[in-house]
Design a protein around this ligand. Structure first.
Ligand SMILES: [Fe+2]
Ligand SMILES: [Fe+2]
Length: 121
């Protein structure tokens, strides 16, 4: 995955998320990987949301709403994870990867710019 942000922690965490999604495509019906995705996603979203709160980022509500939609998708996936067949799991992982790509190169860029301007990285 190409570089997603000029903020080191933000880019590094995005890269890990994409790596976990790739693992989901390859893994058997392994719910551990899904839990890992859930856990790591929560860490990442929580950190972005902390910056938004600290810096009083104006786009905060919309951004948190977007995170919450992804959280819901993952919660549902974890719920049925062990029963997914290979093909369905791959479809879902592809969908989540596309969603994350749009998020990371869309709304996350606005947050990145704001953090860089505030010099709080
Ligand atoms: Fe992000
Ligand atoms: Fe985000």
């Amino acid at each position: 995955m190409r570089k997603t942000s000029h903020i080191i922690w933000q880019d590094a965490q995005h890269q890990v998320l994409f790596e976990i999604l790739d693992l989901i495509k390859e893994s058997g019906p392994d719910s551990q990987v899904l839990l890992k995705l859930q856990d790591y996603t929560e860490n990442h979203f929580a950190l972005e949301e902390l910056y938004m709160a600290e810096l009083e980022f104006p786009g905060r509500d919309a951004h948190i709403e977007s995170h919450n939609r992804f959280r819901t998708e993952i919660d549902q996936l974890v719920g049925v994870g062990g029963q997914l067949d290979d093909q369905f799991r791959e479809i879902i992982a592809t969908f989540l990867t596309e969603w994350l790509t749009r998020h990371v190169f869309g709304i996350d860029k606005e947050l990145e710019d704001y953090i860089l301007q505030s010099d709080a990285r």
